[in-house]
Design a protein. Structure first.
Length: 67
């Protein structure tokens, strides 16, 4: 297996890993907001937005390797 194939596997795993965190971040933000912790929920949502951009960048990187 060459380095390109190894990179594709690693990036695919990172996408899945980060996506699982994304779901957790969104659930936590909802829970915090329900408890009145709006400021904390805001920062968790901000983190979720950064994470989503990271996932999108990984998908683009993977697409270039697959193309």
């Amino acid at each position: 297996m060459d380095e390109r194939e190894k990179a594709k596997i690693r990036i695919s795993r990172w996408i899945q890993h980060n996506a699982s965190h994304q779901e957790e971040y969104e659930k936590l933000a909802d829970q915090l907001e329900e408890k009145g912790e709006k400021e904390a929920a805001f920062y968790i949502r901000e983190l979720a937005a950064y994470n989503q951009r990271g996932i999108e960048a990984l998908r683009k990187a993977l697409a270039t390797l697959e193309g």
